[in-house]
Write a protein that binds this ligand. Structure first.
Ligand code: NAD
Length: 298
């Protein structure tokens, strides 16, 4: 069993760290939130006073932070985390969803210190994090991937090696760009169905076995009712916050601009999530786009 430092114990990191504890690992965690630290300790982990303290003596150091700036900050500018990891030759794993450049900058700094690093963003949401059934899309060397695999298996079910440094983030950005569009598509379908006098339960039952099916429709229906576990049934409590989806939609557009990829629907979806955030719903689940759209006029 490994000694693991875990930094960022939020909606995703909290349950992921708890699953590592459950798998028998010794987990020292750090978060800016005292409540998150208490939850880790209640689950059998150790609350650390800083990121550096969490990483001290660890064989694996994992980060699960909101965005690229936090990841760069924690790894490069706060308390010399890479220096601390060097003492144990730790494997570094960043599970946050961030821009490819930040992932490569941090991986290069790790490599310069003789350390291996994986970018390992996840898919599956908070339900997947709680159940330990996340999908990991991993960038980094073959050797580092092999070292990280048993640890990632304690938090996820499907673990994919996407390619070299940054490749995990590249896959994740494409995945979330598609999801951002899917969710708006499902929302529009359910709004039109209501106007046509259809029952949402029937629409869900039929379309989730027809060609419109998607994860957004079958597992995360944005209209309340058909999927009891979906955030739509708890006033859109996250889940995956609209502000984070907006962040990912922006990452995708930046990547599309940099590479010349035509992504008109994703650009339109971004503007809708921006409107949701501007309306004050950034901290609600991104499926709240359904409720926002329901309140608009054609
Ligand atoms: P969150 O905001 O719930 O958690 C982030 C945590 O990081 C917070 O608890 C915050 O206090 C902590 N933090 C921020 N700066 C810190 C620092 N300097 N030191 C220590 N802790 C710090 O977000 P989340 O939903 O857990 O998402 C985390 C990452 O996972 C994001 O990149 C997100 O895009 C990605 N993601 C989220 C989901 C989801 O469904 N929530 C799904 C897939 C991927």
């Amino acid at each position: 069993m490994a000694r693991i430092g875990f930094i960022g114990l939020g909606n995703m990191g909290g349950p992921m760290a708890a699953n590592l504890v459950r798998a028998g690992h010794a987990v020292a965690g750090y978060d800016l939130s005292a409540a998150a630290l208490e939850a880790l300790a209640a689950g059998g982990g150790t609350a650390a006073a800083s990121a550096a303290e969490a990483a001290k003596g660890a064989e694996i150091v994992i980060t699960m932070l909101p965005a690229g700036q936090h990841v760069r900050d924690v790894w490069l500018h706060q308390g010399g985390l890479i220096e601390i990891a060097k003492a144990t030759g730790a494997l570094l794993i960043d599970c946050s969803t961030i821009d490819v450049d930040s992932a490569r900058v941090v991986a290069a700094a790790a490599e310069a210190a003789g350390l291996a690093m994986l970018d390992a963003p996840v898919s599956g949401g908070t339900t997947g994090a709680l159940a330990g059934t996340l999908t990991f899309m991993v960038g980094g060397s073959e050797d580092a991937f092999a070292r990280g695999l048993p640890i990632l298996h304690a938090m996820g079910r499907n673990i994919f090696h996407a390619g070299g440094p940054g490749a995990g983030q590249a896959v994740k950005i494409c995945n979330n760009m598609m999801l951002s569009i899917n969710m708006v598509g499902v929302a529009e379908g359910f709004i039109l169905a209501q106007k046509l006098g259809l029952d949402w339960g029937k629409l869900h039952e039929i379309c989730s076995t027809a060609t419109a099916n998607s994860w957004a429709l079958s597992s995360y229906c944005p209209a309340p009712g058909p999927v009891p576990a979906a955030p739509s049934n708890r006033d859109y409590a996250p889940g995956f916050m609209a502000a984070l989806m907006l962040k990912d939609a922006k990452l995708a557009q930046e990547a599309a601009e940099a590479t010349g990829a035509p992504t008109p629907l994703a650009a339109q979806a971004l503007s809708l999530y921006q409107a949701v955030v501007d309306a004050g719903d950034g901290a609600r689940d991104f499926s709240v786009v359904f409720r926002w759209l329901s309140q608009q006029k054609r």
